[in-house]
Write a protein that binds this ligand. Structure first.
Ligand SMILES: Nc1ncnc2c1ncn2[C@@H]1O[C@H](COP(=O)(O)OP(=O)(O)O)[C@@H](O)[C@H]1O
Ligand SMILES: [Mg+2]
Length: 411
């Protein structure tokens, strides 16, 4: 992905915010569309507002850029009350992406992307350069797409243009209202992944609305679960909401498979690796058999001279004498450090020997992951996956000293 420069992010705080569309009813004590919302979003993080239709998500979002004014309470952007700012100037610092993207049909993609820079009076060359940069960033080849019109794009491509347009003036804050709701599940997943990768570079403060709990868990550093009547049921990092739902409502909303959902937040690289008893081809099998007899795991890994895995042999089948590759009885999956624990568990349950191998960049075995090590982590209710920023840093490390999955598979 093309690197992009980003100036800054801003914190967003809702301070006892209430919105009643019907002032008379509200005076009579009826609840509003949003009631007493207090919420603090640190700069550079993704906060997802999730809940059923009509619970006040869009209303909450539109109060940030003052398309809707709160009935009471304040919204502070980097500590400054949004109500005190000029709305035009305020909105230039806030990117806004909606489901139907709202692209201008009679303008080219390039012109659509630079809507805000044009308002800001940028010159033509700078606008063109920015449009090209942003189209590349969202995965649309500028030479192909810049001069097209919205009707000549697929739904997924139009959503990408919507994201590019929202980023054009490099706003510190982005509001995204069900941005990927109108595309099919496969395109949605791709857009989500691209957007998360982009956010690792941009580190914008993002308020993201969805009614889909899976999307909320995947995208959010912080998740706000709304319930009917514009009331917040729980606020927290996704892992915490899955591990300890605050009420029956939240537990029902996140679903009975919340344990599995939680597994999808953790990655193999976050598990402590268990040691593997290994026997190199050509070595004396009785040594490995003796070591394995002392442990609970019954298999020994046969490796080549570079400690690269060949396969497993039951410890009792290791006779004294020279270990050979022909003794291997079964294999098990190689796991990449970026594999989610949900996928890892699924692979392990399918394998002959339920131990996933983790290798380094030379293909040498570093250790293994078992069903037990996964369940042990999941029994800790306080276990937290690394957040997006730490993950990004960790993956850079992993890239530096670890095998590419394709290399490992070929080892
Ligand atoms: N402009 C409006 N005038 C009156 N009521 C509204 C208006 N916009 C939304 N509402 C009501 O406010 C509530 C919250 O709406 P909304 O914020 O759009 O919910 P969500 O985005 O979670 O589906 C709903 O009951 C909705 O009918
Ligand atoms: Mg809505």
């Amino acid at each position: 992905m093309t690197p992009v420069t980003s100036q800054h992010a801003a914190s967003v705080e809702f301070d006892h915010v209430t919105k009643s569309y019907d002032a008379a009813a509200s005076k009579a004590g009826a609840p509003g569309a949003v009631n007493d919302l207090s919420l603090s979003i640190p700069a550079g993080r993704i906060c997802v507002l999730v809940g059923p239709s009509g619970c006040g998500k869009t209303t909450s979002l539109k109060m940030v850029n003052r398309l809707i004014e709160p009935t009471s309470g304040r919204i502070l952007l980097d500590g400054v009350d949004a109500a005190t700012r000029d709305t035009t100037e305020l909105r230039r610092g806030i990117g806004y992406v909606i489901q139907q993207t709202g692209l201008f049909p009679h303008q080219t993609i390039e012109d659509n992307v630079v809507t805000v820079p044009r308002l800001l009076g940028w010159d033509k060359a700078r606008m063109r350069a920015r449009a090209e940069e942003l189209l590349s960033v969202v995965g649309l080849e500028p030479a192909t797409y810049a001069k097209r019109y919205p009707a000549q794009l697929s739904g997924g491509e139009r959503q990408r243009v919507g994201v590019a347009r929202a980023l054009a003036a490099d706003p510190p804050i982005m509001l995204m209202d069900e941005p990927f709701g109108a595309v099919d599940p496969i395109v949605r997943e791709r857009l989500q992944n691209e957007f998360l990768r982009l956010q690792e570079q941009l580190a914008k403060t993002i308020l993201f609305v969805t009614h889909d709990i899976d999307e909320a868990i995947k995208m959010g550093d912080l998740v706000v679960v709304f319930q009917a009547g514009g009331v917040v049921a729980q606020v927290g990092p996704p892992a915490e909401i899955l591990a300890s739902p605050a009420s029956d409502y939240v537990a029902r909303f996140v679903g009975t498979d919340r344990g599995l959902k939680r597994l999808s937040l953790f990655r193999v690289g976050e598990l402590p690796l268990e040691p593997v008893v290994m026997a190199q081809v050509g070595s004396d099998g009785s040594i490995a058999r003796r070591v394995a007899a002392e442990g609970t795991f019954r298999h020994v890994l046969v490796t080549d001279g570079g400690s690269r895995p060949i396969g497993w042999v039951h410890r009792d089948a290791l006779t004294s004498g020279i270990v050979t590759a022909e003794q291997v009885e079964s294999t098990s999956p190689l796991l990449d450090r970026r594999t989610t624990l949900k996928d890892a568990l699924s692979m392990l349950l399918d394998a002959d020997v339920q131990a996933g191998l983790v290798t380094d960049r030379t293909g040498a075995v570093r250790g293994m992951v078992t069903v037990d090590s996964i369940t042990a982590l999941m029994r800790e209710p306080d276990a937290r996956p690394r957040d997006a920023l730490e993950r990004a840093a960790g993956e850079a490390d992993a890239d530096a000293d670890d095998a590419h999955p394709a290399e490992a598979a070929g080892a």
